[in-house]
Design a protein around this ligand. Structure first.
Ligand SMILES: NC(=O)c1ccc[n+]([C@@H]2O[C@H](COP(=O)([O-])OP(=O)(O)OC[C@H]3O[C@@H](n4cnc5c(N)ncnc54)[C@H](OP(=O)(O)O)[C@@H]3O)[C@@H](O)[C@H]2O)c1
Length: 244
C-alpha cells in the first residue's frame, strides 16, 4: 500500500512509519523538519530506504499542504496524526493565541490535509484521523487541546458519512495516554499509559480490519466513556479534584 502519515518524525506517527515500512509498504512520511525525516530514513535498513518518501510541510499552512499533497502517488491510506498539546495554566487570564495555535495544528491541519486528499483519492482509499480520548471529559487545563480533538472528531465523523458514496472510508482514532515526547512533557499522572509500539499495533490492527473507529487502551476507553455519561455536576467535581 501507499501510506501517508503526518507527524511521522516523532512518537506515534514515527512508530507507525517504521512498522508499515517493515511490513513492505511505501510510506510518505510527513513532518516540518527535513533533517529529522532524513535522519529517520538513514537509520532504516537499506531494503526499506527506497520505500520511505519524506514530505516536508507545515500542516497549519494551507498552501504548503496543497503543494505537498497534490502530486503524490495514488494513496491507499492517509493517517492524519500530526498534532500539538498546550495547556491553559491560568483560566482567569488565558491567551486566545494559545487556543488558535492548538486549533491550527489539531483541527485546521487535518481540514487542510483532507481538502486536498479527498480531491485526489480514489474509491477504496481510507483517511484515518487521530483525535484523543481527552475529547470525552472536561479535563482541567485542557480547554484548547480537548476542544480541538472534540472538533476534529466531529469533523471526521461527519466526513465519514459524506465520503461514503465516493468510496472513501474515514476512521477516527482515539488514543489514551501513549509514551511519546508529547506526554513526556506532562507533569501529572497518566493512568494506563502504553508504549508507542502497542499503540501502533492497535492502530494497524484496527485499520486492517476496516474499523470506522479505533480506541485504545480498551479499559481506559470504557472508563472515559463512563465518565462522559455522568451528570455534569459530577464531571465538574471529578475534574476539579484532578486540578488540586
Ligand atoms: N501521546 C499521547 O498520549 C496521545 C494521546 C492521544 C492523542 N494523541 C495524538 O496523537 C498524535 C501524535 O502525538 P504524539 O504523542 O506522537 O506527539 P509527538 O511525539 O509530539 O509528535 C507530534 C508530531 O506532529 C508533528 N507536528 C506538530 N505540529 C505540526 C505542524 N504544524 N505541521 C506538521 N507536523 C506537525 C511533529 O512534527 P515536527 O517534528 O515537525 O515537530 C511530530 O511529528 C497527536 O495528534 C496527538 O494529539 C497523542
Amino acid at each position: 500500500m501507499n501510506i501517508l502519515i503526518t507527524g511521522a518524525s516523532s512518537g506515534i506517527g514515527k512508530q507507525l512509519a517504521l512498522d508499515y515500512l517493515a511490513t513492505g509498504h511505501d510510506v510518505y512520511a510527513c513532518g516540518r523538519n527535513q533533517e529529522k525525516l532524513a535522519a529517520l530514513q538513514s537509520e532504516l535498513p537499506p531494503t526499506q530506504q527506497n520505500h520511505f518518501h519524506a514530505v516536508v510541510f507545515d500542516v497549519t499552512e494551507r498552501e504548503q499542504v496543497q503543494n505537498a499533497l497534490s502530486n503524490l502517488e495514488q494513496l491507499d491510506l492517509a493517517i492524519l496524526n500530526a498534532g500539538v498539546c498546550e495547556y491553559i495554566d491560568d483560566a482567569k487570564s488565558f491567551d486566545a493565541a494559545l487556543v488558535e495555535r492548538v486549533f491550527a495544528a489539531n483541527f485546521f491541519g487535518v481540514v487542510y490535509c483532507c481538502e486536498t486528499l479527498v480531491q485526489h483519492m480514489q474509491s477504496g482509499a481510507r483517511i484515518a484521523i487521530v483525535d484523543s480520548m481527552a475529547r470525552l471529559f472536561p479535563f482541567t487545563r485542557a480547554e484548547a487541546y480537548g476542544a480541538s480533538k472534540a472538533a476534529v472528531h466531529y469533523f471526521a465523523s461527519s466526513l465519514r458519512t459524506d465520503l461514503k458514496d465516493h468510496g472513501i472510508a474515514v476512521t477516527t482514532i482515539s488514543p489514551g495516554f501513549v509514551e511519546t515526547p508529547m506526554t513526556d512533557a506532562n507533569d501529572f499522572e497518566m493512568p494506563m499509559r502504553i508504549s508507542v509500539a502497542k499503540a501502533s499495533i492497535a492502530i494497524q490492527k484496527g485499520l486492517a480490519g476496516g474499523k470506522p473507529h479505533i480506541a485504545f487502551p480498551r479499559i481506559f476507553g470504557w472508563m472515559l466513556a463512563f465518565l462522559h455519561r455522568l451528570p455534569y455536576r459530577w464531571q465538574v467535581g471529578l475534574s476539579s479534584r484532578m486540578r488540586s
